[in-house]
Design a protein around this ligand. Sequence first.
Ligand SMILES: [Ca+2]
Length: 138
Amino acid sequence: MGKVNWHAASSKCGALGGELMVLDDYEDYLKTTMFLKSQGLLASEDWKNSLWAGIHRLGNGVDFRKSKNGEDPFLPWVPGEPNNGNPEEACVAFGNYLKTNGYIDFQCTSENPYVCQHPKIRENYLCIKREYFVETIF
Ligand SMILES: [Ca+2]
């Protein structure tokens, strides 16, 4: 199934010259959601197959940050998340829960599918979102 833990997914994207997917803003959220649905990567009520995102928090009491540069991320959580469930959920994935598409905090050791995006493509970013993703593992 190509599911791996967060660190393995992040490493695999890095080896491709990319990074785990990150939602830049609400418009990006809408376009990315459409793209992932079109690829069959975002199923309703299938939160267990949420896609790893390039967001996590390092250490207790630390806010979620973009793993690439430590910046504050745009965080469209699904209802009830982040809940920092058992015993600690420090990594973030994008999926569907309670009919809402958004982020869910997971244990970093969970094995989830992931998509990578390429960081060098900046021009017309939203229009080329589809091409922005360099690899999908599901
Ligand atoms: Ca959670």
